[in-house]
Design a protein around this ligand. Structure first.
Ligand code: ATP
Ligand code: ZN
Ligand code: MG
Length: 312
């Protein structure tokens, strides 16, 4: 049996002196684009154990949904993503027209010319976060029951932010617990998770801090929105330094959307009041890289509590 390709000679990792460069070759294989990597068996073993560990933390009431990497363009537009993060969005495009017209486009490529100008947008986008499809789905069902709703969702997501850094991928896995309910229920959910997340990181042997954060809203107007988001403390992040000198990486986020999504989709409680929504996001790939960066490539040498938590 073939051992597969050799580790990357120039591994993804910012510079040759990047302290993560030594692990990159064992975890990833290049696929010809920055921030898009094939994942090795070693990497996937840990990612799978991490997913199971997160599943172990799930509330029994949660409804489980797994989404494909694409979603309705119209739904994402309505969610406000195009307005807030147009620079990060990836849209699915396709060739349309008669057989002859499509052949003509393909022939242009054959002649070494650009063919992509003939693409037209389809009704799909690449999902930029796992929770967007939940809100219209819930709205379709009518008023939410008392006590609210809880979901466990996951998707392969895309963000157009090419980078050579191992913690900034273009295509990565996002797992989320999503809560829909009263303002108090969202607050309790988010605060409960912020307390728990630090305990989970400690169990996994990962140093961390919790900090107020903002989303990268686009442009100058976006900066104003980001300041307001921070002032209202609507987003927190769990930050993990990959090595001693590293700028800490946001590996989880805790988001209070207030009535943003419920207003857009008309999500009401039993008495007809607008619901609130919130979500806790686990960056599966950032957390997996964090485990290798902090504990090394030899799983046998990982701290016993970490091995126990991950059932290794
Ligand atoms: P950052 O500030 O680092 O760009 P973010 O605020 O965009 O992060 P969220 O939108 O809250 O992150 O996404 C949820 C989680 O998804 C993050 O906590 C992180 O773990 C993960 N994530 C976000 N962007 C990336 C990326 N480019 N590559 C890998 N994981 C990511
Ligand atoms: Zn979310
Ligand atoms: Mg970001």
């Amino acid at each position: 049996m073939s051992k597969g390709p050799e580790p990357l000679s120039a591994p993804p990792g910012e510079t040759p002196t990047d302290p993560l460069a030594h692990i990159a070759g064992a975890l990833f294989r290049p696929m010809g684009a920055d921030g898009v990597y094939a994942r090795t068996a070693l990497y996937e073993l840990v990612a799978e154990r991490l997913e199971r560990y997160i599943t172990g933390q799930r509330d029994a009431q949660a409804e489980i949904l797994r989404f494909p990497p694409v979603m309705s363009r119209q739904q994402l537009e309505k969610s406000g993503y195009l307005k807030n993060f147009p620079n990060l969005l990836g849209c699915v495009c396709a060739l349309r027209g008669s057989e002859a017209a499509i052949h003509a486009v393909v022939d242009r490529h054959g002649a070494g010319e650009d063919w992509t100008g003939s693409l037209t947008a389809s009704d799909l986008v690449l999902s930029p976060a796992a929770c967007y499809p939940v809100y219209p789905m819930v709205a379709e069902r009518g008023r939410i029951p008392s006590g609210g709703l809880l979901f466990d969702v996951e998707a392969d997501v895309f963000r157009h932010e090419p980078s050579r850094n191992l913690d900034r991928l273009q295509s990565f896995r996002m797992r989320e617990f999503v809560r829909i309910g009263s303002p108090q229920e969202i607050q309790d959910f988010r605060e409960g998770w912020m307390t728990r997340a630090s305990a989970l990181a400690a169990e996994l042997g990962l140093p961390c801090s919790l900090e107020v954060a903002s989303d990268p809203f686009f442009g100058r107007v976006g900066q104003v929105i980001a300041v307001s988001q921070r002032q209202q403390a609507l987003k927190f992040e769990l930050l993990i330094p990959y090595h001693t000198e590293a700028t800490p990486t946001a590996c989880m986020s805790f988001n209070d959307h207030r009535e943003h999504f419920s207003q857009l989709w008309a999500i009401h409680d039993e008495r007809g009041k607008l619901a609130h929504t919130g979500c806790v996001a686990f960056g599966i790939d950032r957390l997996t890289v964090a485990l290798f960066a902090v504990h090394g490539l030899d799983l046998e040498k990982w701290p016993p509590p970490t091995r126990l938590a991950l059932a290794m």
